[in-house]
Every structure is written in C-alpha cells, then in structure tokens.
Design a protein around this ligand. Structure first.
Ligand SMILES: *Cc1c(COP(=O)(O)O)cnc(C)c1O
Length: 413
C-alpha cells in the first residue's frame, strides 16, 4: 500500500514521549457508562419515562440578580470607556472584596483578601494545585471521592493511600497508615453527603501540624450546611492557616456550573522549605502558577459572582438551595420509609444509600432503571469503598423528584 504523505507518524525508536502516567488512570467510565445504559434502555422502551436523580448539575434558573449584573457587564463591553480586557490574574478587587467581606470577615473567619485567588472553578484549582507540589509526596485521599483528586495525582505519578469512609466509621476518615504529606478532604462530601463537625475536623488539623502535612480542603458544598456545629471553612479551626488550602466554588452555591467561577484560599502563613532549606510561601507559588498558566476569569462572570453577595443575590440563591434541600428531604424520607439505609442529605444535596439486599452498585442501578426507570449514580464509581452504595442527587426539579420517590416507594414498599 502506498504511504499517505499527509499522515506523519512518529519514529517510535527515537521520538518524543508522552506522560505515561496518563495511560495508568482509568477511563472516565462512570458517567459514560450510566449514559450508555440509559440510552440503550430508552431505545428499547421508548414509551417509558426515565427520571434522573443522578446528575451532579444544577437545574434551577440562575438568580435574577446575577443575570442582571451579567447583562450590565456585557453592555460595558460595547463602550471603549468601560471596556475590560484581560482580568487581573488573581481576580478583580471588587469580587475579592465581596468574597472577603461576606464569607470571612462577617463570619469572623481569619482570612485576608490577599489570600483569596479567583479562578474559573474548583475543578481546575483542585486539579492544578499539584503543579506547585513535588511528585514524591505521599498523598492520602478519602474513599469514595470526587474523581479529580485521585486522577490528577495518578497523572503526576504520586503514591496514594485511600482512606475508607463507611457507615462503620461514621464516614470519619481514619488517619493514614503511612505518613501523608498531602491529604484531600471534601466536606460537605461529594458523593456521601456527610459532614465533619468542628470537633471531627480539628484532629486533621492537628495531624497536619504534627506531621508537616498539607490539607487540601474542598468546600464546594459549604452553602448547603444547615447544622451549626459544621464548619463552613477549615479556617474556622485553630491552626488551619499553617497547614491548609481551601477550594470554593460558585457552581453549586449559585448555579455557576456553566458560567465558571471559583476561588482558592492559600494562607500567607503557609510555608514550605526547598530541598536546600530556603523558606517558600505557597501563596506566592500559587499566584506565580496562576499568572503563568491562567489568564483570569471573564470580567462579565466576575460581575455575576459579585452579585451573589448583594441582598437580592443572597435571598435568591438561598431560595434555590432551600429548594434543592427540600428535594433532599423528600428523597431521604422516602428511602428511610422503605427501609433503605441512607446518609447525607442534611447539609449536602446528596443522599448516599446502601443498595437493597446486598446488591452491587451496578446491580442496583440496573434494578432501578429496568423496574421503575429511575436513574442514580453507582457508588462504586467513586472508589472501592463506594461498592454497595448508590448516590441520589437533589438537583432535580420537584415534580420529577416526587415521581421518582413514589416509584421507589412502590418498588420497595
Ligand atoms: C461540583 C464540585 C466542585 C465544583 O467544581 P467547579 O469546577 O467549580 O464547577 C468541586 N468539588 C466537588 C467535590 C464538586 O462536587
């Protein structure tokens, strides 16, 4: 066969090399497989109405106050006098000040404005933070978990110890067997919907301080907290400013999953040493990383995020969160009524249910899809400790949530 001159192949004997760690991570199997099974079912049963309690995305409209601010900011782009180009790397001062005042100063949490670094979301930040951390660090990650933590550390070639979180330990992660240099914690938790109280989080801050470890605290669901003894920020815990970085997002708080805005808090107290013994500030390193690889979040979106903190923005976004949390209560009450053991749903939009009759997560998925056309997310997709569990989300609309739980009650009642 004649060689196609337009296709250039590498000479594998002596060519560039890929990051082979990328071949060691699994495929993005979970949601692809859920989608495939639902599509196949729909094709075979076009007359059946399938309801999803599986998605981790918003379904309610974005707050009018946010939309209004976005429109106004868009109009500013039509005039050379108000036009904005590149945004400051760490975010506009108006947004940093609004975050600082509402989230930290007003709550008496000791975070400085200079420690808040605005971004396009918590997924990027939790994934990119590894850029400033050495490849030889030993990492500990709770199991089950948001897949970004495990996958990005595998991509970097770091060694990982998983910390099983199950009903047996009350979803309080055990300390690592091997001393961890970096620990990922996510509370309120995705996927289990469980939380740590201040008293349960404090030992992790003490562990980090005693071992010279860094805590990476994902607080994406902070706005869903209802209980008074659950910290909204790890910086409510004494000593955390010397050992923790916190990730926040407008995605679940204010429906920004498609708009993209988040922020990371890197305390100025956070110091590390180079191998030669020089002291380095992690705040400076992260800002350096961002200014090199990231050109800022859109002005229009930052104006939208700022509007979340206006009185109307607060009222409207709280209303939406209350709506989702009412869904969570409807789901949780129904599962409990039919005797399914379940967790979460009180301070987070997720309900983590044990499967019926000792089924595997995927057996339970197929049962719900085939028998009552309800879709959820198999717990095993979030890690080995999720096997035998199932995640329901409260992000649906009320009518479909109510129909789904009616079907669950009929099947198991
Ligand atoms: C949804 C979610 C985020 C937010 O990601 P964005 O990139 O800000 O949309 C972060 N962490 C967890 C655990 C999440 O579930």
């Amino acid at each position: 066969m004649a060689k196609n001159p337009y296709i250039c192949t590498f000479n594998f004997e002596n060519s560039m090399q890929i990051n082979e760690h990328y071949t060691e991570i699994g495929n993005n199997y979970l949601f692809a497989e859920v989608g495939k099974r639902v599509r196949e079912y729909r094709a075979a049963h076009p007359e059946k109405e399938v309801i999803s309690l599986g998605i981790g995305d918003i379904t309610r409209p974005i707050a009018p106050a946010v939309i209004e601010a976005i429109h106004k900011a868009t109009d500013e782009m039509t005039d050379a006098k108000t036009l904005r180009g590149y945004a400051p790397d760490a975010g506009y001062e108006f947004l940093i000040d609004a975050i600082h005042r509402h989230e930290f100063l007003n709550r008496g949490i000791p975070v400085r404005a200079s420690e808040i670094i605005v971004s396009d979301g918590a997924k990027s930040d939790t994934g990119n933070i590894g850029d400033i951390l050495g490849a030889d660090n030993q990492v500990a990650i709770t199991d089950p978990a948001y897949p970004v933590y495990v996958d990005t550390n595998l991509m970097a070639g770091r060694k990982i110890e998983l910390l099983p979180c199950t009903p047996e330990n009350g979803f309080v992660p055990p300390f690592p067997k091997k001393k961890a240099d970096i620990v990922y914690l996510c509370y309120p938790n995705n996927p289990t919907g469980t939380v740590l109280t201040k008293a349960q989080l404090k030992p992790w801050v003490d562990y980090a301080l005693a071992n010279g470890s860094l805590l990476l605290f994902d607080a994406a669901y902070e706005a869903f907290i209802a209980d008074g003894d659950v910290p909204h920020s790890i910086f409510e815990i004494e000593g955390a400013k010397e050992c923790a970085i916190e990730f926040r997002s407008f995605s679940k708080t204010a429906g920004f999953t498609g708009l993209r805005c988040g922020y990371t808090i890197v305390p100025e107290e956070l110091k590390a040493r180079t191998s030669k013994g020089a002291e380095v500030s992690l705040n400076a390193l992260w800002k350096r990383r961002q200014s090199t690889k990231f050109n800022g979040t859109a002005y229009i979106i930052q104006r939208g995020a700022e509007a979340v903190f206006t009185p109307e923005g607060q009222r409207q976004t709280r209303e939406t969160i209350a709506y989702y949390m009412q869904n969570a209560k409807i789901i949780k009450d129904a599962l409990e009524q039919v005797g399914l053991e379940c967790y979460g749903g009180q301070n987070a939009p997720y309900i983590w249910s044990r499967t019926a009759d000792g089924m595997s997560s995927w057996e339970f998925f197929d049962l719900l899809l085939n028998k009552i056309q309800v879709v959820g997310t198999p717990g095993s997709g979030f890690g080995a400790s999720g096997e035998g569990f199932f995640r329901f989300t409260a992000f649906g609309n009320r009518e479909s949530t109510v129909s789904a739980v009616e079907r669950i009650k009929t099947l198991f009642g």
